[in-house]
Design a protein around this ligand. Structure first.
Ligand code: GSH
Length: 208
């Protein structure tokens, strides 16, 4: 595989997903750091050269004139894991893996990751009035996502069944730090057991 470079901010769970996928697969990956709190992904250079959408993570494949830039965490994880055991071969199992990755982006990350960002990095006292208004909805929607996950994990060790897949990596990134956003994981014993199982996988690396 060509040289891999992750454009990232270490505080981001979306970036961590890609680093964790690479680590579990034994793929070396270089890291290039940005501070999103300082707007470093919104500079004209970043928008022109790395991601016109102004966000990290971006997986850079190759170097120099031939370099390709792939934004969106779950797309980048898929690129790395194609052909590995982290993506099931069976057609329905593969679509089910995508189901959980879409769930993560629509029902989980916008609530749990956003509240973590607001509470831990922005600070509750500094929230804009329109953000403050959204907090109760995000708390309820994030908790609903955790309840759904806990119910699913009651009967199987990983989201796709007996073995870990990208669905677990996508959901692990912000679930294991959900308490930083004010969510109580003590209520979700199956999630806690799954977090411990995922953290024990060979090659696992923790979030910075
Ligand atoms: N759906 C995208 C979300 C990317 C995203 O929201 N990135 C945040 C950090 S986690 C960011 O770059 N924020 C800085 C900004 O918007 O200026 C993904 O999964 O990669």
């Amino acid at each position: 595989m060509s040289t891999l470079t992750l454009h990232e901010d270490p505080c981001s769970g979306n970036c961590y997903k890609i680093r964790l996928t690479a680590a579990l697969l034994g793929l070396p990956i270089e890291r290039r750091f940005y501070d999103i709190m300082k707007g470093e992904t919104r500079t004209p250079e970043f928008l022109a050269e790395v991601n016109a959408n102004g966000r990290i993570p971006v997986l850079q494949i190759g170097e120099g004139d031939g370099a390709r830039f792939l934004p969106e965490s779950n797309a980048a994880c898929w690129y790395l894991a194609e052909g590995s055991a982290l993506i099931p071969e069976d057609r329905l199992a593969q679509a089910d893996c995508l189901r959980w990755m879409f769930f993560e982006q629509y029902s989980h990350e916008p609530n749990i990751a956003t509240l973590r960002f607001w509470m831990r990095f922005v600070g509750e006292a500094n929230l804009l009035p329109e953000q403050r208004l959204l907090v109760p909805h995000k708390q309820a929607a994030g908790e609903a996502a955790l309840v759904l996950m806990d119910g699913h994990l009651a009967s199987q060790p990983f989201f796709g069944g007996a073995a870990p897949t990208l669905a677990d990596i996508a959901l692990f990134a912000y679930t294991h730090v959900a308490e930083e956003g004010g969510f109580a994981l003590e209520r979700h014993s199956h999630i806690r057991a799954w977090i411990a199982r995922t953290a024990a996988l060979p090659g696992f690396v923790p979030m910075d």
